[in-house]
Design a binder for this molecule. Structure first.
Ligand code: 5RP
Length: 217
């Protein structure tokens, strides 16, 4: 099974958590794209979706799924999204696709966060994947210096602008042994919109695609 097959497998497995006629939260990325494809091909009809990015909104609408604003829906029952890394406590690094801020908002608004991944993204301690940090453009070099002081090596994702009009620093070699405390510290820096650590609000369930089928964490 190649990586694409694993993504399709876990995208389809997430259908089990979708209630017909509900409003669901939908994340961003190639694994989520497989989920959208599986949902569109299934017999499940949802009322609408809250989307975490312009790219996901486009795909949902093309699949005939109405996209609604989170301000109109209130809390959601379920949020389905991928991750770049996950640890044994279901804490995540996200934002490889640059949608981390809206993803964090929709996750915070949802009672259950189902994260769809494959076994290659499992780590014992987060941090092998560079940590994305969304910054207000004016604050890019200020935040970069602060990240160096925190022990990281920031790299500007040059040429990329988020859906919110901001920039991303990908920070290498961060010590994330205590991801809850680091998430708070980074999010408190002036000019940071949010960082890609999902430790304060981890996933409730991680579905892991493997050669032997989908495992649950
Ligand atoms: C986007 C994300 C994605 O969930 C993450 O990058 C995983 O993507 P993929 O499913 O393509 O591996 O956080 O901001």
């Amino acid at each position: 099974m190649n990586q694409d097959d694993l993504k399709r497998q876990v995208g389809a497995a997430a259908l089990e958590y979708v209630q017909p006629d509900s409003i669901i939260g939908v994340g961003t990325g190639s694994t989520v794209n497989c989920f959208i494809e599986a949902l569109a091909a299934s017999a499940i009809r949802v009322e609408a979706a809250v989307s975490s990015s312009e790219a996901t909104s486009w795909l949902l609408e093309n699949a005939g799924i109405q996209v609604v604003d989170l301000n109109q829906t209130g809390g959601l029952d379920i949020y389905i999204d991928g991750a770049d890394e996950f640890d044994p406590h279901r804490r995540l690094i996200k934002g490889g696709g640059g949608a981390l801020t809206r993803e964090k908002i929709v996750a915070a608004a949802s009672r259950k966060f189902v994260c769809i991944t494959d076994a290659s993204k499992q780590v014992s301690v987060l941090g092998a994947f560079p940590l994305p940090v969304e910054v207000i453009p004016l604050a890019r070099s200020l935040v970069a210096r602060k990240m160096v002081a925190l022990g990281g090596q920031p790299e500007w994702r040059e040429g990329f602008t988020t859906d919110n009009g901001n920039w991303i620093l990908d920070v290498h070699n961060m010590d994330l042994v205590d991801p809850v405390s680091m998430e708070k510290t980074i999010n408190n820096l002036a000019g940071v919109v949010t960082c890609g650590l999902f430790a304060l609000r981890p996933a409730d369930l991680v579905l892991i695609a493997t050669e032997a089928g989908v495992r649950q964490l």
